[in-house]
Structures are given as C-alpha cells and as structure tokens.
Design a protein around this ligand. Structure first.
Ligand code: FE
Ligand code: FE
Ligand code: ZN
Length: 274
C-alpha cells in the first residue's frame, strides 16, 4: 500500500494532526515540531503524544517525517548560529522520542561565502554533535535545489557530508525532494532511471528513507526552489506518478509539500492512490 501524506500544522496538537491526516486518506504526514522560523517549542503534552501514538497504530500509518525549522543553518559561519541550530534539533529529537521510529529531516544549510567545501565540513561536524541524540528517530539530510549558496544541491555533496561524519551513522539517512533535485538539474522527467542509478551509485539507495513529492514552478536546473501543485508545474503528474510507482522507491513515505489547503491535499492524495 502506498504511504502518502502531506505537510500539516501541529498547532492543534499531535492527536489532531493524525485525525486530520486520516480524514484526507493520508497514512503518513509531515510537520514542523515548532514554528518553522524557529523560536520556542510548545510545552510537552505527554497525553497528547500518547494519543498520537495510539491513533497512528490504530490507523496503520507508515513512517512520519518531521521537518526541522528551515531557518536553521547547520553550516553558518558564526559559532553561535550553529550552536543554536544544534540545540534546536537536539530538543526536537528529544520531543520525537515520544513518537519513536519516525524520521526528522533538515536542510544542510547555506555556506554563504565560506565555500561548499567548508559548508560540507561544518554540516558534518554539526551532525557529529546532533546524531548522538537521535534516539529512535532517523535524521535525514534533504537534497536541496542549490539556490543561493545552499549545500546538498548534488548527490555528491550529500554523500560528502555523510562521508565526513565521524559519529555513529546508523540513524542518518537522506530525504529526496523531487522539486529540489529537478531545480538542481536532475532530469526526473526524461531520465528517472538514470537519476535513481546515480543516487544509488553516489549515496546508496539503502540510505534513502523519504521522498518529498512536489511539482516545480521552474524548469530543470533553475536552482529556484518554488514548489507547485501536482500536475501544474514543470515536472508534471505523469513523471511524479513514475516516481511513486517506481519499484525502487514505491515502499518509501511520500510527503506532499505543495501550495495547498487541506482540500487540495485530499485531491492530490486521491490522484496518486488512483
Ligand atoms: Fe525541506
Ligand atoms: Fe522538501
Ligand atoms: Zn523546497
């Protein structure tokens, strides 16, 4: 059975988000553990998280994919910014221990003017500090579009980060975002098999744990990162359908991060389930 869902708001609590996902025929979902622009986390409501756990089991959900605040910069030049990012992610991982066995993805960040090599080194060092706190949550590096000075734009850069990590990597993995890799120059419309083979050769498919399923507003290689509704962008529904049904990918959780309200997500989930 296809594991598919969308990004939802945690504002009404953890049990509410599972019910909302279930109501649109999702069997996974993504969420920010706190305001995506950073800031403090809501106080722990252990009862709500227990209900969340129970509902996930009752509905038979697959792996959930939490998302780290996107303003964190794991390879910032300033020590203070990197330390803030570390503290935030460690706190998130501690919270996620209440719903163990899921994934938590993050953006490797922007090197600004330090150069990609330095950015990779700093992100690996960042992971050395964070991974010992992963507990039962898999920490996923998201593939990026390469806008500005983002690192993680190529499979090689993601692999280089992973190679440079000295900490135990058993809870480290990768989340592939279809909009980002398309914007980064990977032709998933005409050469999906080649792209998957390249991912396997450079990173290893055994490290791939989740897919962000998005169309893109921009043509291949644009390095823009503007998500579009499924079928209304430059990737298109047919190509994304091939991603979802690909024998090497179809077992993964697929997360929609398209510009939609709940009804739009319901429709997109239905399109893929059909
Ligand atoms: Fe992301
Ligand atoms: Fe994404
Ligand atoms: Zn994006």
């Amino acid at each position: 059975m296809l594991t598919i869902g969308c990004h939802l708001s945690i504002s009404k609590g953890y049990a509410a988000i599972v019910r909302e996902a279930h109501s649109i025929d999702a069997n996974t979902f993504a969420f920010f553990t706190r305001n995506p622009r950073g800031g403090d986390m809501k106080p722990l409501d252990a009862g709500d998280m227990e209900s969340c756990r129970n509902l996930i089991a009752e509905y038979g959900f697959g792996t959930l994919v939490a998302h780290a605040p996107y303003t964190l910069n794991p390879c910032a030049a300033k020590d203070g910014l990197r330390e803030y990012a570390m503290r935030t992610m460690i706190e998130d991982l501690q919270r996620l221990e209440h719903i163990p066995g899921n994934c938590y993805n993050f953006h490797p960040g922007s090197h600004v003017s330090q150069g990609a090599e330095k950015g990779i080194e700093l992100t690996a060092d960042f992971l050395d500090h964070v991974l010992p706190h992963a507990g039962h949550t898999r920490v996923l590096i998201e593939t990026m579009s390469g806008k500005g000075s983002e690192i993680g734009r190529t499979f090689r850069e993601v692999a280089d980060i992973m190679d440079a990590v000295k900490a135990d990597k058993s809870m480290l993995g990768v989340c592939l975002d279809t909009c980002h890799i398309w914007d980064g120059g990977y032709d998933i419309v005409n050469q999906l098999d080649d792209v998957i083979d390249e991912f396997d050769r450079i990173i290893g498919l055994q490290h791939l744990y989740a897919i962000h399923l998005n169309d893109s507003m921009n043509p291949i290689g644009a390095h823009k990162d503007r998500h579009q509704k499924i079928g209304q962008g430059c990737i298109g529904f047919e190509a994304l359908k091939r991603v979802v049904t690909h024998p090497k990918l179809c077992h993964l959780p697929f997360i929609l991060e398209t510009p939609n309200e709940i009804e739009g997500y319901r429709d997109e989930i239905a399109m893929f389930r059909r």
